[in-house]
Design a protein around this ligand. Structure first.
Ligand SMILES: NC(=O)c1ccc[n+]([C@@H]2O[C@H](COP(=O)([O-])OP(=O)(O)OC[C@H]3O[C@@H](n4cnc5c(N)ncnc54)[C@H](OP(=O)(O)O)[C@@H]3O)[C@@H](O)[C@H]2O)c1
Length: 349
């Protein structure tokens, strides 16, 4: 049996689901992967719960839900403790970064990631900020320290994108990636197309169903799609883009008239993040914008809040994957998959 010590940074929607998931899948993890996952530290913005022998996961969940912070964990909760200090004196092997996403400068999540890698810990990311803002530096340091970085949860989570590109398409030249990476925007555009409602009506519906957040700006203005597309470009196509290099246009200005016009041409409008080689400018570009897709396009029929990705390769042809849930539990499941992948490699320290 492989017993792995984990630090979870961030105990919000996804962090809590991850704790629940690992608890409910304890037997499966043991039987199928010979893995026992011990959460030895769990942090939120108020403090850290620590037990080098493994915290009682159910107690962590109850404490967070009842007291609002893991710092109230009985006897082993520390208010105002900083996770970076805790990591320095710990037996942690994998850090899961599920803090708030900051795509402007990476925020504290980026600091946490650097510290963890310095300490020769593997890192699993849910927050996009560190990979968007510091991918090259994190990767170089991880190579030097011989640790792995995994970020399925930051690249459309339940929809396989990064693993597919790096593993299943290894050895191919990927000519382009097109992605429908945001469930909220797809839901809104799909409702506008299928039910003839306005953007505002579709957004309200999405919010009522819990698909769109109260503040949907990052989704509807295209920045969430942009972050995921940028990560894929830099990690898969080995580019070195930052957010300021990207052309980003969201869906807020799309009118029922434009939707009708697309329909009359047998087309649909989808918000697409794409990485492609611009022949005129002879360079790889990243772009996020509403795009007219004909009915033959493999992503044209992606309905509801589903997501999809389409790769064009030199030797394996075209590949499309559609589906994957867009909720905190599915995001947590993507992080669990990354943990299993890391733990299954023989050089886990
Ligand atoms: N929600 C999804 O479906 C989904 C899907 C894919 C990826 N993600 C990404 O996953 C991450 C977590 O999402 P979420 O929905 O769980 O967000 P959330 O509910 O806002 O949780 C964020 C957590 O980070 C904690 N935190 C903030 N600053 C911290 C610090 N300095 N040190 C330690 N902890 C800190 C917060 O503490 P408090 O609890 O004290 O505020 C909170 O527990 C985000 O980066 C998000 O973009 C989310």
């Amino acid at each position: 049996m492989n017993s792995i010590n984990i630090a979870l940074i961030g105990c919000g929607n996804v962090g809590l689901k991850l704790l629940e998931l690992v608890h409910t899948k304890k037997a499966l993890l043991l039987e199928q992967y010979h893995l026992q996952l011990n959460f030895v530290a769990v942090a939120d913005s108020s403090g850290v719960a620590i037990d080098e022998n493994g915290l009682d996961v159910i107690k962590v969940i109850e404490t967070k839900k009842e007291a609002g912070t893991v710092a109230s964990y009985p006897e082993k909760g520390y208010r105002n403790a900083l996770i970076v200090d805790v990591l320095k004196n710990s037996n942690v092997q994998i850090v899961i970064e599920a803090g708030v996403t900051n795509i402007e400068n990476g925020g504290t999540s980026l600091e946490h990631a650097f510290e963890a890698i310095q300490l020769e810990m593997h890192v699993v990311f849910l927050s996009k900020g560190p990979i968007v803002c510091g991918y090259q530096q994190l990767r170089d340091l991880a190579l030097e320290k011989n640790v792995q970085l995994k970020y399925s949860g930051a690249t459309a989570a339940a929809l396989p994108t990064i693993d597919l590109a790096l593993q299943s398409l290894a050895g191919t030249e990927i000519h382009s990636i097109e992605g429908l990476f945001n469930g909220t925007t797809n839901y809104i555009l799909d409702r506008m197309t299928s039910h003839g409602v306005t953007y505002q009506e579709a957004l309200l519906e999405a919010q009522e169903k819990g698909i769109a957040e109260t503040d949907p700006t990052l989704d509807v203005d295209g920045w969430d799609t942009a972050a995921k597309t940028l990560i894929l470009a830099n990690a898969v196509m080995r580019t070195n883009f930052s957010m300021k290099d990207l052309e980003v246009k969201g869906i807020t200005k799309i009118t029922p008239g434009e939707i009708d016009k697309a329909k009359s041409q047998g087309k649909v409008i989808k918000l697409i993040g794409e990485v492609y080689f611009d022949q005129k400018e002879a360079r790889t570009k990243v772009k996020v914008s509403p795009k007219l897709l004909s009915s033959e396009h493999p992503l044209s029929d992606v309905k509801d809040a589903l997501k999809g990705v389409h790769f064009l390769t030199d030797t394996m042809g075209e590949l499309t994957v559609i589906g994957g849930k867009s909720d905190p539990r599915a995001a947590a499941a993507a992080a669990l998959k990354d943990v299993i992948t890391i733990a299954s490699t023989k050089y886990l320290m």
